[in-house]
Design a protein around this ligand. Structure first.
Ligand code: ZN
Ligand code: ZN
Length: 382
């Protein structure tokens, strides 16, 4: 069973509607409402809402006993102004679907159509529309929701579109596929002074000037190396925008990245030591906090093999190109509860990169993504 031309036309229109009404992480109320309405049109056996925020899940139940397979997509958009003149460009100022989550949602809505026409023979399929992926908070919140226990999956699958890879080609490997990352926020406190008497204060200037390159120098290797580390200074603020005050405080943000969770503690320790030693030597007090914490994403060998067999059955070309990715992805949390794997679906070699202001999900990937996941469901559940 495949999608009809009418299905694809309707799904494409729905993808563009989602694109026009993006909502940032944790605020996906309108999107969740549209998804719920669409799913109700495809008669799921069970529909759960309010999962970990605005998360929605549809369950399609087989007659016989069997495993539960979860397919996951993301509801959220980004706080970035979309550029370009697409007819379906964002109508929300400062917010855009620039990671393609509108397309990932539509792939699962396509799957809902197919499953509503023919239920799995056994087990269950769960279609999960997860909130707040971009901040790393959503997967964790869904997993902590008591309702999730009732759909606890044996296997979990996800896809992410990947610009740079030929359209419709797939990147897939077992093992780590997305890096662990976390935001480290450093607050330095000294003492402000009159700008004419800076010697009477304790400015964080020299500490900042030392720390920015020193933290950056903690980076080495590529994600193909098991000891890959990357430290990216993302934000800095010192004192106030004034000419009369020598600054007495500063804030520095750095994003720390490692291939696996195992490597993250060592990088945190190295960064903390560097910050504390530098700041203390210059008479500053320091506070450190962590934000946007992403576990690394690990493809389980069995789940990876299941995806690979589906790709081979459909003659979809696949290889290891571009993997593991430097970027993070909170789907990794599902791998702590289920045999999980994620594939990367090529969005075209010349396609705008993810999070770029002119990015738009290629509609051609909707039926391709749906066919792959439908094949997985049929292979496993009949
Ligand atoms: Zn993103
Ligand atoms: Zn994304």
């Amino acid at each position: 069973m495949t999608l009809t031309n009418a299905d694809i036309t309707e799904l494409t229109a729905l993808r563009r509607l989602l694109h026009q009404h993006p909502e940032v992480s944790g605020q996906e109320q309108g999107t969740a409402g549209r998804i719920t309405d669409a799913l109700l049109g495809h008669s799921p056996d069970r529909l759960l809402t309010g999962l970990g925020g605005h998360g929605v899940a549809a369950v399609y139940q087989g007659q016989d006993y069997g495993p539960t397979i979860l397919f996951r997509c993301e509801l959220d958009a980004l706080p970035i102004t979309e550029q370009g003149d697409l007819p379906h460009r964002s109508t929300v100022p400062g917010t855009g679907h620039l990671c393609g989550h509108d397309g990932h949602m539509t792939v699962l809505l396509a799957l809902a159509r197919l499953l509503s026409r023919q239920r799995p023979a056994r087990g269950r399929v769960v279609l999960l529309f997860q909130p707040a992926e971009e901040t790393g908070a959503g997967a964790e919140a869904v997993l902590r929701n008591p309702d999730f226990e009732t759909i606890s999956p044996d296997y979990a699958f996800a896809l992410h579109n990947m610009p740079g890879l030929p359209l419709g080609h797939v990147g897939l490997i077992p093992g780590p596929v997305n890096c662990a990352s976390r935001g480290m926020a450093v607050t330095l406190t000294g003492k402000s002074a009159h700008a004419s008497e800076p010697e009477n204060g304790r400015s964080p200037m020299h500490t900042l000037a030392h720390l920015m390159p020193a933290l950056t120098a903690l980076s080495h290797g590529t994600p193909q190396d098991t000891d890959f580390t990357l430290a990216t200074v993302t934000h800095v603020q010192m004192g106030a925008p004034a000419f009369g005050i020598a600054p007495g405080d500063a804030t520095l943000y750095v994003t720390l990245r490692t291939l696996t969770d195992g490597g993250m503690q060592a990088l945190c320790d190295a960064a903390t030591t560097l910050v504390m030693d530098t700041a203390t030597a210059q008479g500053l007090t320091t506070e450190i906090s962590y934000h946007d914490i992403f576990a690394h994403c690990e493809n389980h060998p069995e789940a990876t093999l299941i995806l690979r067999r589906a790709l081979d059955a459909l003659h979809v070309p696949h290889n290891a190109r571009g993997l593991p990715m430097r970027a993070s992805e909170d789907f990794g949390r599902f791998g702590q509860r289920a045999k999980a794997a994620m594939l990367f679906l090529g969005a075209g070699t010349a396609h705008a990169a993810l999070h770029n202001p002119d990015y738009d999900f290629p509609d051609d990937l909707i039926p391709i993504g749906a066919r792959i996941f439908h094949q997985v469901a049929r292979d496993m559940l009949g």
